[in-house]
Design a protein around this ligand. Structure first.
Ligand code: PNS
Length: 162
């Protein structure tokens, strides 16, 4: 199970999904209805799920789900034995370490695995993509074309000179 907010999915997330598929047969991308850290949303839950479903339409090993409540409860109900999280930099470590240890004490049978994305994505985050997109910056190098189109519809480009 690969849980997160995915608002929106970035190429960094996608890279982790592809790496995960080298280790496991099936990945459930699980979108949290409520994340631990409060964020200003760009896409609502249904939109995030729709984008993920579109991105993985031709990848039968990836399924998309949403959950509310505890991640470990959802993972157990879905029969997932591994939780995958991406770790980009030392700055991610404390938060991820805390969550992993909390999840382990809640559910010792589920293993948390951290994976690092390709170097070119180590600086990338959904929150930066949201910010750059809201300010009409070019995020085409950071998201799937399907996501880029959805961002363009959500944040129309400013008129030249306006
Ligand atoms: O992409 P994010 O926002 O970093 O993902 C965080 C997420 C959704 C994985 C985390 O907030 C989570 O697991 N939320 C579900 C509620 C829960 O289980 N909280 C206890 C975590 S120790």
């Amino acid at each position: 199970m690969y849980p997160g907010s995915f608002d929106p999915i970035t190429l960094g997330h996608h890279d982790i999904v592809l790496r995960s598929l080298r280790l496991v047969d099936r990945v459930i991308v699980a979108v949290a209805e409520t994340a631990t850290q409060e964020k200003r949303a760009l896409f609502d839950l249904d939109e995030r799920i729709e984008l993920l479903e579109d991105v993985y339409r031709d990848e039968p090993r990836v399924t998309i789900a949403s959950f509310r409540g505890l991640l470990v409860d959802f993972a157990r109900a879905a029969d997932a034995s591994i939780i995958i999280r991406g770790l980009r930099a030392v700055s991610d470590f404390e938060y991820e370490f805390q969550m992993a240890l909390m999840n382990r004490s809640l559910s010792p049978d589920i293993e948390v695995i951290f994976m690092t994305p390709a170097n070119r994505y180590t600086f990338l985050s959904s929150s930066l993509v949201r910010e750059v997109a809201r300010l009409n910056g070019d995020v085409s190098a950071f998201v799937h074309p399907i996501v880029l189109e959805a961002i363009k519809r959500r944040v129309p480009a400013k008129e030249a000179g306006g």
